[in-house]
Design a protein around this ligand. Structure first.
Ligand SMILES: [Zn+2]
Length: 150
């Protein structure tokens, strides 16, 4: 338990805690965080999860779209918004019920892949599944994570 990493007080920004192991890597692939100072703790001890990942993003407030992407990757992760070295807001991410313009449809014939249309999916959980509003193609968790737009 002494090994457990506590949330370091970054001055301003966002800490995403209680991520499943491997989530940080996926998040970095789908969010453009190249302008921000990042600290990632991967595969660290967690009382809740056994092992977990944590991502510290200095100077960044995540918008709804970014939070939805993270929610699809890291179910149950907690988000801490830090301002002036204090936690201003803390909440747990659940799966979104809908995903709009966040993931791509895996059906190559889907209208969203040929027309300039935003994708729309209904999202169900346990297991995670997304159904395309346009072509009704269903996507499982792996397919969803692989299809999250950059
Ligand atoms: Zn589709």
């Amino acid at each position: 338990m002494t090994k457990e990493i506590r949330i370091q007080p970054i001055k301003n920004g966002t800490v995403i805690d209680h991520l499943n192991v491997g989530s940080v890597y996926k998040i970095l692939q789908v969010l453009d965080l190249s302008e921000f100072a990042l600290t990632a703790a991967m595969n660290v001890e967690s009382r809740k999860l056994g092992k977990k990942d944590i991502l510290f993003i200095e100077g960044k407030e995540l918008d709804d779209k970014e939070l939805s992407k993270i929610a699809l990757i890291g179910k149950g992760a907690s988000v801490n918004m830090i301002k002036g070295s204090e936690i201003k807001k803390k909440f747990q991410l659940g799966y979104p019920k809908k995903a709009e313009a966040i993931i791509k449809c895996i059906n190559p014939k889907c209208v969203t892949n040929s027309e300039p249309l935003d994708t729309k999916f209904d999202v169900k959980q346990d297991p995670l599944e997304a159904t395309c509003y346009y072509c009704e193609t269903r996507m499982n968790e792996n397919e969803i994570v692989e299809s999250i737009k950059k």
